[in-house]
Ligand binder design. Structure first.
Ligand SMILES: Cc1cc2nc3c(=O)[nH]c(=O)nc-3n(C[C@H](O)[C@H](O)[C@H](O)COP(=O)(O)O)c2cc1C
Length: 227
């Protein structure tokens, strides 16, 4: 078993997976661990839909149908405000830009290769080849605090996955087709699919999985007083 610190430091976003299956019992075990995440008032405001096999293929089909409907291979943005604030400012703008540049450089996709970049973006809709996809659902009536708690749940699950030798990629991108997913899963009026997550065994040979995104040093974001 990994230390929590080791799992935190080892976790990265995996964007190419092996086809090696992940069993239902493995997924169940991850969820069983993640349910111990904290939440204000112990509301536990998360719900999860996990898909594999035919259910995963069916979701991918929904996504491909959306792509086919769009003019440029990118789905119409739905709820983009749930992803980034408009007109992202510094230092956030540069960080976002940099991680994208670093990723495409590793993959050998040039900056002006719009087709190549869109092809990679579209791989989001195949869970980057992962055998399992997860969707995180929250009740629309929940507030910002509960959204934060859902985030804790997602991170706990991702860390537990690392401990199991599995990789993940959280995927807000699935939110771009949340209306179609909502219908596909026959969710209720108050349900909202926030985010997807790919889950599987990382392809160790894939250049994209060598990406180690940068982080600002502690001094940039923390103030320590009274020590
Ligand atoms: C909630 C959330 C949603 C994300 N959505 C996507 C996504 O749709 N597609 C993707 O390739 N990466 C996505 N990412 C991955 C981020 O780009 C990544 O976490 C960040 O660049 C830091 O890199 P790391 O996860 O490898 O440490 C998401 C991350 C988070 C936390």
């Amino acid at each position: 078993m990994l230390s929590v610190t080791a799992a935190i430091r080892q976790r990265i976003s995996v964007r190419k997976f092996l086809s090696t299956p992940v069993s239902e019992s493995q997924v169940h075990e991850l969820l069983d661990t993640a349910r111990w995440s904290p939440s204000g008032g112990n509301l536990q405001p998360w719900r999860v839909i996990a898909v594999a096999g035919a259910a995963l293929a069916a979701v991918i089909e929904v996504a491909h149908a959306e792509l086919a409907r769009s003019a440029d291979g990118v789905p119409r943005e739905q709820g983009a405000d749930l992803v980034y604030p408009p007109k992202l400012w510094e230092p956030y703008r540069s960080r976002r830009f940099q991680v994208g540049e670093d990723m495409y450089a590793l993959m050998g996709v040039a900056r002006d290769d719009r087709t190549g970049r869109l092809a990679h973006v579209a791989r989001n809709f195949e869970f980057f080849g992962a055998p399992v996809g997860l969707f995180f659902v929250i009740d629309k009536r929940m507030g910002r605090a509960q959204w934060a708690h859902l985030g804790m749940f997602m991170q706990t699950l991702a860390l537990a996955a690392v401990d199991m030798g599995l990789g993940t990629c959280m995927q807000e991108f699935w939110g771009t087709i949340r209306d179609s997913l909502h219908s596909h899963f026959a969710l209720t009026e108050s349900d909202l699919i926030y985010c997807g997550m790919s889950l599987g065994y990382a392809d160790p040979t894939a250049p994209v999985n060598r990406l180690r995104s940068a982080r600002a040093p502690v001094e940039d974001f923390a103030t320590l007083r009274g020590f």
